[in-house]
Design a protein around this ligand. Structure first.
Ligand code: SAM
Length: 496
């Protein structure tokens, strides 16, 4: 919905996308021409890459590549960062906002405080943002301007968090920034924290990284760290629920303009661990998404492994289509998705899928539920994006709505509810069929009939998809027949 007073659309370099302003969602990205399924709609270098504090020993601080014990080049100074190669060590320590001596010193002082992981992560983000702010170079200034350009008005909670973190930040900086603690502006810190929360992408750990962390946690538990570790049952529950380890996070200027829908039309791919995928030569300049100064966001580690993010269209997108990604796992139930959009991202989702699912009645007090399981283990796991945006997650063959909530209506002028049959088909087609994966699948290239998962890389052919569809339809007919004859069967893909 766009009001008559909207500012004009702003084209992005490349000629495929433009930024518009939506009355309710803020800025939005739209196609300016027909985009074919599998086409790359957006490829972009990050403004900032951050390693999660608990992954510092197995994730390269410069390019976020997963690092095995053999290839790890540790930072001998702070011992709180590692690199995948001498080149990344050199690039990281000589780039002021990656792992320069002031940041390295701050990392060491933070580590000595033994803070909880979440707080350590927030402080590290602020340190990197301040390094951008205080570096005297056009590139740092452009990157910092890109950060400030992200959406996010600080809430009272952000202000309180900033006030709590500021003294710790000052201690970590120990005079490394001009003006010291007095130079810290609480409102600016609060705004940065809010922007990070609303706009940063979680980068999934590799399978080897996740396994190494699990093993370390298990060893810590066995070593008597009782009470601090998570119990095995909790861990298993989390895995079954599709929770995934993150190796870090990334902030992008343009990708951060993609709004949420519970059925996305683009999937996000990254290549941190793919040595065959290199960063293309940096564009000399690109337009700011706000229309203000041009932002030339160069790769963090030019010439090394690719740190770019790529978004592919799931299917054909006519001109004018708004790009949409799901900020939450696709298999999540309505109530869970609504809560995440509201509590983390600050909006109530009224997308066509939410409208559709909110109309399901809870007959005879039973829980409403989708089933996407083909019944033989072939199909059943689904994906998420999210802040998570982008990280895949899944369910065990079910898309559940855990509790009934009131009807959700589209605001005037916006799209109405989806047909349940379309929703079922969509989930069957675009969620990775591999158990335990939960990725989203898009064609790997324009014109390809394959679908490639953005989490595990699994490729499924059109024929395989059609076989799964047939199986699901047979199941549905069987259940409908059973219901008609008074049996207790349940029609797959329908409410019960
Ligand atoms: C990553 S930003 C997306 C770009 C943002 N619209 C902007 O103006 O920069 C996420 C924020 O966009 C808004 N947003 C995204 N999807 C939305 C939706 N479906 N409905 C309402 N607001 C949405 C929310 O304010 C959310 O916190």
């Amino acid at each position: 919905m766009e009001s008559a007073t909207q500012p004009p659309a702003m084209p992005l370099p490349g000629g495929t996308l433009e930024v518009r302003r939506h009355a309710r969602k803020g800025r939005s990205l739209h196609t300016t021409r027909l985009v074919k399924g599998g086409e790359v709609v957006l490829e972009e270098a990050p403004v900032l890459l951050l390693v999660a504090p608990d992954m510092s020993t197995n994730t390269c601080a410069t390019c976020l590549r997963a690092v095995g014990p053999q290839e790890c080049v540790g930072c001998s100074s702070c011992q709180q960062a590692c690199f995948c190669s001498p080149e990344c060590l050199q690039a990281g320590t000589s780039t002021p906002w990656v792992h320069s001596p002031p940041l390295c010193g701050a990392y060491a002082r933070l580590a000595a405080l033994q803070l909880p992981v979440e707080e350590a992560g927030q402080l590290r983000f602020l340190l990197h943002a301040l390094a951008l702010k205080h570096t005297q170079s056009p590139e740092a200034a452009q990157r910092y301007a890109a950060l400030l350009d992200l959406v996010g008005e600080p809430t009272a909670a952000d202000q309180a968090l900033a006030a709590r973190l500021a003294p710790v930040l000052a201690e970590a900086l120990a005079g490394a920034l001009p003006g010291g603690a007095a130079a810290l502006d609480l409102s600016e810190l609060a705004a940065l924290l809010r922007k990070e929360q609303l706009n940063s992408y979680g980068i999934l750990a590799s399978a080897a990284q996740a396994e190494a962390v699990r093993a370390a946690e298990a060893a810590a538990r066995q070593g008597g760290a009782s009470g601090s570790g998570r119990g095995g049952a909790v861990e298993q529950e989390e895995e079954e629920d599709g929770e995934r380890r993150l190796r870090g996070s990334a902030i992008y200027a343009q990708a951060s303009l993609i709004n949420h829908e519970c059925l996305p039309n683009v999937a996000r791919y990254d290549f941190f661990d793919d040595p065959s995928h290199r960063n293309p030569a940096p564009a000399s300049a690109s337009a700011s998404t706000s229309g203000a100064p041009a932002i030339a966001v160069a790769p963090t580690a030019g010439g090394l492994a690719s740190t770019h993010v790529v978004f592919r269209a799931l299917h054909d997108l006519p001109p004018g289509t708004e790009l949409a990604q799901s900020y939450v796992p696709l298999h999540w139930g309505l109530a869970e998705r609504q809560a995440q959009c509201r509590d983390v991202y600050g909006f109530g989702c009224t997308c066509p899928r939410c409208q559709c699912e909110s109309q399901w009645s809870d007959e005879e007090g039973e829980e409403s539920e989708w089933e996407t399981d083909s019944g033989d283990g072939g199909m059943g796991e689904e994906e998420v994006a999210g802040d998570d945006a982008g990280s895949g997650e899944a369910c065990n063959g079910e898309v559940e709505m855990e509790e009934a909530i009131g009807p959700i209506m589209a605001p005037p002028g916006e799209e109405g509810p989806l047909e349940p049959a379309y929703l079922r088909l969509f989930l069957l087609k675009y969620m990775c069929p591999r158990p335990g994966c939960f990725g989203t699948a898009a064609p790997p290239a324009q014109g390809s009939s394959l679908l490639e998962c953005n989490v595990c890389g699994h490729r499924r052919s059109e024929q395989e998809f059609l076989r799964e569809l047939e199986r699901a339809q047979r199941e549905e007919r069987r259940a409908a027949a059973a219901a008609a004859t008074g049996g207790k069967g349940k029609a797959a893909g329908q409410r019960r």
